[in-house]
Design a protein around this ligand. Structure first.
Ligand SMILES: CC(C)(COP(=O)(O)OP(=O)(O)OC[C@H]1O[C@@H](n2cnc3c(N)ncnc32)[C@H](O)[C@@H]1OP(=O)(O)O)[C@@H](O)C(=O)NCCC(=O)NCCS
Length: 224
């Protein structure tokens, strides 16, 4: 899925090429998602749902979606970010609801999904307005193939997303939300210089909220 700001290959170092997510990468994205974040609710909706959802998302102008390809052309990692966290998910769910419902099929009625929906509705009733004091831009997803972790692929993906965010007009910070018990992700976010600014519950899961200043990775690299 190549969006309208396609820059082709953003950068090449060693064996990894970072480029726009293409339609043919969506199956690999769904696989990485299921493998990397198996307890996420999207996994209960199935690979077809995940691929379709991120395919629709990637078509939006305010989305940056990139993949890291290995020397053999296989997807080693994926990153998706948005300039408008409050809008992008909900507009895709609204605009493409029939296609997404069809992709999820019977899984929509699984106990896990039903419990998740009910918990979300109860939380929304208890909450008054949006309590999150976070930037509108957000890193929505990052996942690296398990045998490629610890090699700098994730770091390269974040760097490329930040360059792309800058080209899309973002200055300042973006948000990162991740489960507090996702040790490797939290360690990674701290390592790249994201600041933990709060914690909160979402569907009864404890979530860490980070703010990350754009371009700190690029400037760190210039300094070294
Ligand atoms: C979160 C995640 C993407 C981080 O990936 P990662 O492999 O740890 O991150 P990197 O590829 O940048 O690797 C960094 C490590 O590789 C090392 N490294 C090796 N070569 C490197 C290079 N050229 N550049 C940068 N780091 C390099 C770093 O020193 C660092 O090691 P350390 O952990 O001992 O400090 C990965 O754990 C993952 O896919 N998790 C599952 C999905 C998930 O939970 N996503 C988050 C929620 S959306």
């Amino acid at each position: 899925m190549v969006n309208s700001r396609s820059l082709g290959a953003l950068s090449v170092t060693d064996e990894i090429i970072i480029q726009d997510l293409r339609k043919e990468d969506l199956a690999a994205l769904a696989e990485l998602y299921e493998d990397g974040i198996p307890h996420a609710i999207f996994c209960a909706l199935g690979k077809k749902f995940i691929a379709r959802f991120f395919g629709w998302l990637a078509e939006r102008e305010d989305i940056c979606s990139l993949v890291g390809l290995g020397g053999d052309g296989q997807v080693q990692g994926v990153i998706v970010g948005t300039l408008h966290r409050s809008e992008s998910y909900s507009s895709v769910l609204k605009q493409h609801r029939l296609s997404l419902l069809a992709a999820a099929g019977w899984r929509l009625l699984s106990p896990r999904v039903l419990v998740w929906i009910i918990r979300g509705m109860t939380e929304r009733l208890k909450r008054h307005g949006d309590e999150l004091d976070l930037p509108d831009a957000e890193l929505l997803l990052i996942a690296v193939r398990s045998n490629a972790r610890g090699t700098g692929v994730a770091y390269r993906l974040v760097q490329s997303m930040e360059s792309r965010f800058r080209c899309m007009g973002l200055v300042g910070e973006y948000a990162i939300l991740t489960e507090a018990d996702n040790v490797s992700a939290n360690r990674f976010y701290e390592r790249i210089g994201a600041n933990l600014v709060g914690k909160g519950y979402h569907h009864r899961l404890l979530i860490n909220r980070y703010r990350k200043v754009i371009d700190t990775l690029a400037s760190r690299e210039k300094e070294s």
